[in-house]
Design a protein around this ligand. Structure first.
Ligand code: ADP
Ligand code: MG
Length: 792
């Protein structure tokens, strides 16, 4: 048993502005424990914080300042916990702090760089590395990923996730057995045999979480996430199995409601988080006080799930994440205060050992055999596994007479023999099913068909009308995009002519990196797809499932998506990662080749050594000289060359392995970014389409068209001219019933587009009056017309 208080660490997030630095200081010179001093800015001293003190001092096991790397955090905080989990103890690491203070960054990692990967991927990597090294035990690893949102548990790895929204999935519930052990119903466990598989599960869960999140419920800051690694180990031949769990917990933001000042849905959520964090606090207070007999674990789901981690059988570590800026001072102080309480809690971790269930099965089988023999002695007859032919026949007779008997009091008596009772039920079930099938097959079918005909037509008509409406919306959206493109191209032309003149004066590049306005000549899709095809089957299936909707997109929508993607701010990150990925691929390829060369050199050297050795022996025999015990000089040289070659081989091989992990991680990061992009596009598209349906599409379209949700302000500005009311719209009304359309047709008699106008009843199409843009639009309409004709 290991007794230990909960370890507390602090991590300070890098501040944006340097002048904020005077707000705290870290004192690590002290012999005992380092401390963090938060200095209250004068203008806040009697503001938010109702206290005249000017500074607060908090002790932590260690304090990681702004410049700490993810690697350092892992080495100092997570590695010791991972080691104790490998030894068979439970472990928990949880991050606590206000929203934006770096909890997710610390636990899972940043979404951009490989070096930003957080505690979860690094711990998985470390654990699998250790498992590979240790051949003395048989290990099994399982992963689960739970999200708690508004006091409800959701399984982030539920395979049904893709088909349904979070609310439709079965909730994960807490069950307690008589020994007060906690079990989670509906939380799936997934076996992971390699680091790659475990990483895939992490990304799958994160992606599911992202997809379930809507702009209305930014659940990620308001939910708790618990990623659990379940590790079992067993020595070969031994019946004892050790189980250890490692919870890696990203808690909801700890900010107080008063400050959030929100209403409606958000308030309910805030209340729930605060409620569950409040209950967490209550549990911690109860635990930190001596002689408290009742600890209120059951008050909330989170405290129930983390019961063992808090004051129980677990080695627990807390990371207080701090965003030490002026406006966050009070939240930071409250985070530190919470940590000081947590540090008082004592846990007692024990090795979780149990007997192998296989042994149990063998024992139970033996017991059954003994009971059977006993039964045979009591009843005087030997019971076999199955009923005999005669017994079966007799039973069927009994059932038939029972069914035919009109007396409601009649009973089916088969005696106290479970085999017979079961057989009766099966037989009755079969009879019932046979009857059902018979009734269905003889039911009259003619008038049924007739009845169905009418609604079917109606339905089909409605479906077709919907498709038509969708296509119309698509056209309208695309026409607007086309116009924007046009404008952008013109602006770019204009800008580049200006920039060229600036460049001549020794200026730097016209577009800063990361500015989505920068001229990108390559559309993103082509190289991305090229990369996709080279990914591993396991990973690409994840991506495929997640981005599956893409395949169902109509052509118009795909086109819109390509443009949306190209202009999205994230495309820069994707592009960067793609470049790194390419580099890594070629590096891996080159390494692979060098490894193969080294391998063949090793083979050649071995052969040379053997030959040389044989020559020496042959020489010894022919000249009757005893075989020299020491290898000759040439052989020795060859041997040292061989050793050198082997060393190189090993180094290269290790590098290749590391590269593989990095490549996999980068690919997953990119997949995630792509899913995000897709999600945002879907939301944007739906918004556009809804806007179009509410208003008459042609008249108000351009005024409603929102710019893509790009981060750059310039993008928004750029879309402004589009909503210029002075834009001339040459609208062509297609042959369609209704008097209104005629009058509109007359309003622009100049446009002669009869040739290119589809004959189908399509609603109006806005044109710009600019001949080039209009011809683009018309070409587009033609294409649409073709598609419609083809799809019937
Ligand atoms: P939380 O999960 O606590 O709400 P996040 O982890 O999402 O906060 O962090 C907010 C933002 O700050 C993210 O963009 C994240 O990448 C960044 N960030 C947090 N901690 C660090 C750090 N130590 N170094 C660099 N960036 C960080
Ligand atoms: Mg977060």
């Amino acid at each position: 048993m290991v007794k230990q208080t909960i370890q507390i660490f602090a991590r300070v997030k890098p501040t944006v502005r340097k002048q904020q630095q005077g707000i705290y200081s870290i004192d690590e010179d002290e012999k005992l424990t380092p401390s963090l001093e938060i200095i209250l800015p004068r203008d806040l001293a009697d503001g938010f914080v109702n206290n005249k003190r000017e500074s607060y001092r908090f002790k932590f096991q260690r304090i990681f300042d702004q410049d700490s790397k993810q690697e350092t955090i892992f080495e100092n905080i997570a590695k010791p916990v991972a080691e104790s989990v490998l030894a068979g103890y439970n472990g928990t690491i949880f991050a606590y702090g206000q929203t934006g203070s770096g909890k997710t960054f610390t636990i899972t990692g940043g979404a951009e760089r490989y070096s930003d990967r957080g505690i979860i991927p690094r711990t998985l990597s470390y654990i699998f590395e250790q498992l590979q090294k240790d051949s003395s035990k048989i290990y099994t690893t399982h992963i689960s990923y739970l999200e708690i949102y508004n006091e409800c548990g959701y399984d982030l790895l539920d395979p049904r996730h893709e088909a349904s929204s979070l609310e439709d999935l079965p909730k994960v519930t807490v069950l307690e057995d008589p020994d007060q052990n906690i079990h989670l119903k509906n939380l799936s466990l997934h076996q992971a045999t390699t680091e790659e598989e475990a990483l895939n599960l992490l990304f799958l869960g994160d992606t599911n979480r992202m997809i379930a999140e809507t702009p209305m419920n930014q659940a990620s800051t308001r939910s708790h996430c618990i990623f659990t690694i379940h590790l079992s180990s067993k020595e070969p031949g031994s019946a004892t199995v050790r189980h250890a769990k490692l919870h890696l917990v990203d808690l909801a933001g700890s900010e107080r409601v008063a400050k959030t000042g929100v209403g409606g849905q958000l308030l309910t959520e805030a209340k729930y988080i605060n409620l569950s964090l409040h209950y967490l606090e209550q549990v911690i207070v109860a635990l930190s006080e001596k002689h408290r007999s009742h600890i209120p674990y059951r008050n909330s789901m989170m405290t129930s799930v983390l019961r063992d981690s808090l004051g129980g059988n677990c080695m627990t570590t807390m990371i207080a994440t701090l965003s030490l800026e002026k406006r966050n001072v009070d939240e930071s102080i409250s985070t530190c205060r919470f940590a000081q309480r947590v540090a008082l809690i004592k846990n007692e971790a024990v090795l979780n050992e149990e007997i192998d269930p296989k042994l149990m099965v063998i024992r139970l089988q033996k017991e059954i055999q003994e009971l059977k023999s006993e039964l045979a002695i009591v009843t005087g007859e030997q019971r076999t596994e199955a009923l005999t032919e005669a017994e079966l026949l007799q039973l069927e007779k009994l059932i038939t007479s029972f069914l035919e008997d009109q007396d409601p009091e009649s009973k089916l008596e088969v005696g106290a023999d479970m085999r017979k009772i079961h057989h009766c039920f099966h037989y009755l079930k079969k009879l019932l099913n046979d009857k059902k099938i018979h009734r269905q097959s003889t039911a009259p079918s003619e008038n049924k068909d007739q009845n169905c005909q009418e609604p079917l037509k109606e339905e089909e008509y409605k479906k077709l009308r919907d498709i038509l409406q969708q296509r119309d919306n698509e056209i309208n959206i695309l026409v607007n995009m086309l116009k924007k493109e046009k404008k952008k191209a013109q602006d770019a032309l204009h800008l580049s002519s200006m920039d060229r003149s600036e460049l001549r004066h020794g200026q730097s590049a016209p577009f800063p990196p990361g500015n989505p306005d920068g001229p990108k000549t390559l559309p993103l899709s082509a190289p991305t797809q090229a990369l996709d095809s080279s990914t591993s089957p396991c990973k690409s299936s994840l991506l495929h499932r997640k981005t599956g909707m893409r395949e169902e997109m109509s052509l118009g929508r795909q086109e819109a998506f390509e443009i949306f993607k190209r202009d999205h701010a994230d495309s820069v990150t994707i592009e960067d990662n793609k470049q790194i990925l390419k580099q890594r691929f070629s590096e891996a390829k080159a390494l692979g080749e060098s490894i193969n060369e080294a391998r063949s050199r090793i083979g050649r050297l071995k052969e040379e050594i053997t030959q040389r050795h044989m020559q020496q022996v042959a020489l010894g025999v022919s000249e009757n000289i005893p075989t020299p015990s020491m290898p000759d000089q040439l052989e020795e040289k060859l041997r040292s060359q061989l050793e050198e070659e082997k060393r190189r081989y090993k180094t290269m091989f290790a590098r290749l392995k590391a590269l593989k992990v990095e490549i996999e991680h980068l690919q997953l990061l990119m997949d995630k970014a792509k899913v995000k992009l897709q999600k945002e596009f879907e939301a944007w598209w739906v918004k556009e389409a809804t806007g179009l349906q509410v208003n008459s599409p042609a008249v108000t379209l351009s005024n409603q068209m929102k710019p893509f949700p790009q981060t750059s302000e310039a993008q928004n500005e750029r879309s402004q001219p589009l909503s210029n009311k002075s834009d001339v719209y040459a609208r062509k009304i297609l042959p369609s019933p209704g008097p209104l359309l005629h009058s509109q047709e007359q309003s622009n008699p100049g446009a002669s587009m009869e040739d290119s106008i589809p004959e189908r009843p399509v609603s109006s199409v806005p044109l710009t009056g600019d001949s080039q843009t209009d011809s683009d639009i018309l070409a587009f309409i033609k294409a649409r017309q073709n598609i419609l004709q083809r799809t019937g």
